[in-house]
Design a protein around this ligand. Structure first.
Ligand code: CTP
Ligand code: MG
Length: 166
């Protein structure tokens, strides 16, 4: 899950500039995504997730039991890109609900990256998904993610990288 966890904080650090929705509004008069989703954040985030993933591929080669598939570029790209697509999709629905940028949305803010990364993984890397994302692994992900999310956001807030500690 590291390639899925790294892109969000990296986007918060390196993001900014042109918003993905180019400032455009939807039919409801609100922004399509908002200023919190930028091209720079998306590119830096996916790139960082890929770097972490490549490091994992290099490290995993020797240590994996033969019956477990080795992660591929598709695997780590699914996780990294899926995490940020989940985040973008969340912002889309957040705006449609009338929530402003940075406003809290319980559960959606925590699990958007899990939903996006696992969905893209299941679509693009189904063999890997079935081999690794077993029920106990999924339960572990669902428990660990909100804890990591909260910790990362508190750190990001105290460093001044994030405007709000959630
Ligand atoms: N960010 C970015 N591009 C992305 C994702 C995030 O530039 N694709 C940066 C933005 O500066 C954003 C910060 O990371 O403000 C924190 O991300 P997040 O909490 O997801 O955005 P919010 O500002 O809270 O916006 P939203 O309400 O839409 O979630
Ligand atoms: Mg947010």
């Amino acid at each position: 899950m590291l390639p899925a966890y790294v892109p969000n904080p990296v986007a918060a650090i390196f993001g900014g500039g042109t918003p993905i929705d180019l400032g455009r509004k939807a039919g409801d008069g609100r922004r399509i995504l908002g200023d919190g989703k930028t091209y720079r954040g998306l590119l830096a985030g996916v790139f960082s997730g890929l770097l972490v993933g490549f490091a994992e591929i290099v490290c995993s080669g020797a240590g994996l039991p033969g019956w477990l598939p080795v992660p591929t570029v598709t695997t780590i790209l699914s996780l990294a890109l899926g995490a940020l697509l989940g985040d973008i999709a969340k912002s889309f629905f957040k705006r449609r609900l009338g929530k402003e940028r940075g406003e809290k949305w319980f559960l959606a803010d925590q699990y958007d990256l899990v939903f996006g990364s696992l969905l893209l993984l299941a679509l693009l890397s189904p063999g890997w998904f079935i081999a690794y994302i077993t029920l106990p692994v999924l339960v572990a992900i669902l428990i660990i993610t909100p804890i990591l999310h909260r910790a990362a956001n508190i750190i990001g807030y105290s460093l001044g990288v994030k405007d709000v500690p959630w």
